[in-house]
Design a protein around this ligand. Structure first.
Ligand code: ADP
Ligand code: MG
Length: 731
């Protein structure tokens, strides 16, 4: 074995699980200790300040300077007691992940050279101007006026990481355009709140606010860091660009829910301790389907906060992995041939009166409301299926979707047999038959036992990208490394717009003399009919579905750069502009950024692939070929000609195969470089992205196929790159 690889494997094998113990005996003793939550606020803010802040958070009251100063001083005291010396505005630029710039609390008491104090004013809390000219913005800010501002989001509590007070913020340009993913999400959440509240009030006038809930399930891979260090593709691109499948991978399905390896168990404990410190309610941990693949899922919470917590969690997971001698892979498809990673977004809406609107109720009235929300959501997903797909599409996630293990690259909704039966029955019933008002003036859907029947919704369909799971929808197409904001902005906007339409249609029918129940029922019925094409409970992986989905008019595009275009389709532009979530200009510039990012990723991967093949694969294969050639001449020298020829048959075949494969690889790499040179000259990001997808990407497969074949025949001792069987099995 090449010494580099040999040492790495040895090192990985020797590592033992760390011993980790909880900071306190009970989780509740330290839960949220590093978050400026209600408990901390109550302790560090005066009653009046707290009341005023609550008004800002819950009712959107204006935050004035005096109030900001009071909050900032309480927050600073709290943070310094936890060891903070610095603060940062934490924001979510258009390239996933988060950005932060740290400043110290120190300031001169008076002028320069005077004594120093720790200071944190309301002004610093509320707004900052990071030097952010190099964040991607798709041309919204020309560089000479590259001013971006961050503004505090009081609805997501500040927290302390190490020595820094972290303040969640939105990021926007001098001219007011959003430059981040949080600002549009917050607008979409406000839109869905208003729209859903109006619909809820048809049923219960006491409802004053509707929250969107998000429960994410974070899938991830762990790789030993010694092995990771010897795989430049993993280190630079987050995925293996080469590598033959291991003889054993996930065939036996022995990893899913299996016993967690002890090193990983220690890691899981550790990230949970960290999660609890930050008030992230980590609940579920288990092995996933692929070897070395795992999952962490917290209890769901308010969408904006859940998104922030996911971002924080991803960075905690990365950091803690190092402590355990691991590297965390959040890439959607780090290994070919085994499952990729997603981040299921469990989503629902719930009222301030405690009703989850996607859970069947106990009364017929509650169930009518439930069905209203289900059908409105189906309508929204049907109308905007192309947009929803665009909202989760990246160069990375493209490898995962449609790969026969993740959701297919067509958005459809799974309802399960019971809910399907309910909708079918409603669709085919006449209003007279279906609407029976009983003596308590309650609407009866004439479908007995609805609550009992499908409260326990156990039927699952893993192939569906958007599945109803009992009290929520599960948007499964979201990628593991993604910021959930994109998907949540699209989904909440689409549903908000449809709820507005629903309410308007019901109002119109009532104005024309229909009873409220009949009006609602009729709109529901029309929605069931109109959104039928989005419902699909069958096998999403099958070829028949692709044909069928196209017939139904669903978006079947598979090229990532094309999929992204759905953001600027007339229906998407209308959706976002009407709700005030994003302007057309913002949508266009966001797409520019997406195409640019797409191109950069494929470009980086192509370079790494070229380097690896030229510096690792071809030299090693050639060296092995020389050994074989040497052997051939020695046999020729030792045996009579005809005997030598028969003895050399196998060697000769190998020599030829190696020569041929090397030639194919070398040619493909050269052609790929040429192609890149040509397409780099294209002017528009969109054209470039399409060209990278159509013209550059296909070389990856040719190169990989031949390299992986070489891996099978070249002497294992010479092969420099750790193989899948070494990367994928933590012991
Ligand atoms: P599974 O793997 O079976 O889908 P998990 O338990 O891993 O389920 O994750 C389910 C996620 O859905 C959890 O985060 C859970 O808190 C969340 N969840 C449950 N009910 C709702 C709801 N009404 N709205 C949003 N998320 C929910
Ligand atoms: Mg799930």
């Amino acid at each position: 074995m090449s010494s580099l690889r040999f040492n790495a494997v040895q090192e990985a094998f020797k590592k033992k699980a760390l011993v980790v113990s909880a900071p306190e005996k009970f989780t509740s003793d330290y839960y949220g200790k590093y978050v400026f939550n209600s408990t901390a606020m109550a302790k560090y803010l005066s009653k009046d300040t707290l009341k005023a802040l609550k008004n800002v958070i819950n009712k959107g009251a204006i935050l004035d300077v005096a109030l900001a100063n009071q909050i900032a001083s309480g927050m600073k005291l709290w943070a310094t007691e936890l060891g903070a010396t610095h603060y940062t505005h934490w924001f979510q630029p258009l390239t996933d992940g988060t950005a932060e710039k740290h400043d110290s609390f120190i300031d001169y008491v008076g002028g320069p050279g005077e004594e120093i104090i720790e200071d944190f004013s309301g002004k610093l809390l509320v707004q900052q101007e990071p030097d952010a000219s190099s964040f991607p913005n798709g041309g919204i800010r020309s560089t000479f006026e590259a001013r971006g501002y961050t503004a505090w989001d009081p609805s997501s509590p500040a927290f302390v990481v190490d020595d820094t007070l972290v303040i969640p913020t939105i990021f926007f340009s001098y001219t007011g355009e959003a430059l981040d993913l949080k600002a549009p999400l917050k607008k979409a959440l406000a839109a869905v709140d208003a729209a859903a509240t109006a619909v809820c009030q048809l049923f219960d006038p006491k409802v004053k606010k509707v929250n969107a809930f998000l429960g994410w399930e974070q899938e991830y891979f762990l790789v030993d860091e010694s092995l990771y260090a010897t795989r430049p593709d993993l280190a630079l691109t987050g995925r293996t660009l080469l590598g033959h499948e291991s003889a054993k991978n996930q065939q036996l399905e022995d990893h899913y829910f299996g016993a967690v390896p002890s090193r990983v168990a220690a890691y899981m404990k550790d990230i949970e301790f960290e999660a609890y410190k930050y008030g992230i309610p980590a609940k579920t941990r288990h092995n996933e389907v692929a070897p070395n693949q795992f999952e962490l899922a917290p209890i769901y919470g308010e969408c904006n906060l859940a998104v922030d917590q996911n971002l924080l969690m991803m960075s905690i997971m990365k950091k803690v992995a190092r402590r355990h001698g691991f590297r965390l892979l959040l890439h959607e498809k780090p290994f070919a041939g085994v499952n990729g990673s997603g981040k299921h977004n469990n989503w629902s809406l719930g009222t301030d009166t405690g009703v989850v609107l996607y859970a069947p109720g106990k009364t017929a009235e509650e169930n009518l409301q439930f069905i209203a929300f289900i059908t409105t959501t189906l309508m929204a997903v049907h109308k905007h299926n192309a947009l929803l797909k665009a909202s989760i599409m990246t160069a990375q996630n493209a490898h995962r979707l449609g790969a026969n293990e993740a959701p297919p690259a067509i958005i459809s909704a799974f309802l399960g047999t019971q809910l399907t039966a309910v909708l079918d029955k409603l669709e085919n019933s006449t209003s007279e038959e279906a609407i029976l008002i009983d003596d308590k003036k309650k609407l009866n859907l004439n479908i007995p036992h609805i609550p009992e029947v499908f409260l326990d919704n156990t039927d699952r369909n893993r192939t569906s990208p958007f599945a109803f799971t009992g009290n929520r929808f599960e948007f499964r197409a979201v990628g593991s490394s993604a910021n959930c904001s994109s998907a949540m902005t699209a989904l909440n906007s689409a549903v908000a717009a449809q709820l507005i339409e629903f309410k308007a249609e019901v109002d119109a029918k009532m104005a024309a003399g229909a009873t409220k129940e009949k009006a609602i029922f009729d709109v529901i019925k029309s929605y069931i009919k109109a959104s039928k094409a989005i419902r699909f409970d069958g096998n999403g992986y099958s070829d028949e579905w692709k044909v069928e989905a196209a017939k139904r008019g669903l978006d079947c595009e598979t090229s990532a750069p094309e999929i992204v275009k759905a953001y600027t389709s007339p229906s998407s532009v209308e959706l976002f502009t009407k709700l005030g979530v994003l302007t057309e200009k913002e949508l266009e510039s966001r797409n520019e950024v997406k195409w640019e990012t797409y191109v950069k990723w494929i470009q980086i991967e192509a370079r790494v692939l070229g380097d690896l093949t030229l510096n690792h694969i071809i030299p090693v294969a050639t060296r092995y070929q020389s050994l074989l050639l040497d052997n051939v001449s020695k046999i020729k020298a030792a045996f009579p000609a005809d005997k030598a020829e028969s003895l050399n048959k196998l060697n000769s075949q190998l020599i030829v195969e190696i020569a041929e494969r090397i030639a194919v690889i070398k040619n493909a790499v050269d052609d790929m470089v040429d192609t890149r040179r040509q397409v780099n000259k294209l002017d528009h990001e969109y054209d470039k992205a399409v060209a990278y997808h159509d013209k550059v990407l296909p070389y990856f497969d040719i190169i990989r196929y031949n390299v992986d074949k070489l891996e099978l025949i070249v002497d294992d001792e010479m092969w420099t790159l750790p193989k899948y069987r070494e990367l994928l099995f933590i012991r």
